[in-house]
Design a protein around this ligand. Sequence first.
Ligand SMILES: Cc1cc2nc3c(=O)[nH]c(=O)nc-3n(C[C@H](O)[C@H](O)[C@H](O)COP(=O)(O)OP(=O)(O)OC[C@H]3O[C@@H](n4cnc5c(N)ncnc54)[C@H](O)[C@@H]3O)c2cc1C
Length: 484
Amino acid sequence: MNASGDIITTRAIAYTFFTTTMSSEHYPAPNGMLPYWRTEPHRLDDCRSTDALPKESDIVIVGAGYAGASVAYHILGQTKPGSKPPSITIVEARQACSGATARNGGHVKPDLYNYISTVAAEHGVEAAGEVAAFEAKHVHAMKDFVDQENIDCDYTVTKAIDVQLNAQHYQKLKDGYERLIAAGCGPTKQARSVGANEAQSFSGVKGAVGCFTYDAGSIWAYKFVLHLLEKVVSQGVNLQTHTPVSSITKSTIPSAPYGWEVKTPRGTIAARKVIFATNAYTSALVPQYKDKIIPVRGTCSRIAVPPGSTAPRLTHTYTLRWGGWDYDYLIPRADGSIVVGGARSTFIHDLNDWYNVSDDSRVLEGAVRYFDGYMQRNFVGWEHSHAYTDRVWTGIMGYSADGLPHVGSVPGQSGQYILAGFTGHGMPQIFFAAQGIAKMVVDGVAFEETGLPRLFKTSQSRLDERENKIFHSTPQTGPSQAKL
Ligand SMILES: Cc1cc2nc3c(=O)[nH]c(=O)nc-3n(C[C@H](O)[C@H](O)[C@H](O)COP(=O)(O)OP(=O)(O)OC[C@H]3O[C@@H](n4cnc5c(N)ncnc54)[C@H](O)[C@@H]3O)c2cc1C
């Protein structure tokens, strides 16, 4: 473990050299910009449990975000009382929880009718309903978990208000919502539809033409993840930050018990099993996922209000939706500030800004001013609030080409597992997806026995699929269209 600024600088320089030499692949950028959620770093932020990397480890988890920390937690939880837990090493390229998890909107909002309606049209209502139910379960089960573990992460269960600002798009969503209910999709029934007459007074959003509302949560995800990491490290997990994995290869020793070699600039770890919790960056290490999990840059901001402001206190979370691709999402914070993400209308027309981009070291220029006056423009009663943009940051999401996460055994690679491709929507998916992976890793159960939604299973047929649905819900993009 270290506390020295000099050591960190040396690590950053070494990592810059590493990423420069590996520049054609998507590795985490060495110097991601500082998001609001990382302004109170935990003591394990730069943790190296041991000075040198372990030579061997039963399980190596690559990535110390929400997925990596959750899977480590669940693996230890799956170990039978009295039996020795497997040795686990978590290898993280930058600081602990420095990827998307620490750069997001903090919104734990299940999808009960929106993309689920599209999924139902393609895969059937039963399969789509499994996904919706799985996501809905996260909201309250995570609250129970946070209470039980006494995790200081501002986890709050409230109502999501999904505000529609375009009548045509609202009608399309409402038709899908009603079709799901008519088809008996149980989770969709948890959402209430609010019609045009009431929409503005119900939501407090100017120009609302309809709303949907249902249970959702908000979270300081960095604090949640660092709590998990602290717990697993105290139980013997070896956490190695500032250690980018450059490749994973088969052991050169035939029939070696540690079948995989995890290579880093600091040395190699021999592993029996490797779990990729690398989300947007997966394809650099597992090339089968190139064009299947694509790094997509997004942006969030924190809007603050000065002391004595007349701003009404928001208690719900919101989505403001102008169309299929044009929407923002926001959560209120206990100090009266708001975290807002989206701003897609300001950059989506140029693919170079956001598609297949893994650099989170700078802002999306077009989006910076978007958040100024945001609350005043959109929320009734905020006109004289003097709310101002306190901070804007970027983050890299892992969009899967078919819109669904990849969870399970990496096809054709015995002993490798993946938990990635959360398509900007991981908060209501990852914690229990990680529990499913833990069952596979510890008990050797098949994906089908984990209880995870069948559509999350990674498979060769999904890897062979050529269609890229990311562009189904984007406007015609500008100069870089040729990249498609
Ligand atoms: C701007 C933005 C807003 C978002 N808003 C929301 C929201 O409100 N609600 C929601 O549900 N979701 C949201 N998301 C998505 C959500 O944050 C992600 O789905 C989730 O955090 C993914 O967690 P993860 O652990 O899989 O990935 P990450 O948190 O990105 O963790 C992956 C880790 O792997 C490490 N890594 C990668 N490659 C290597 C390597 N070669 N060697 C070592 N380490 C490596 C990375 O450094 C990183 O720390 C948002 C994302 C962004 C970027």
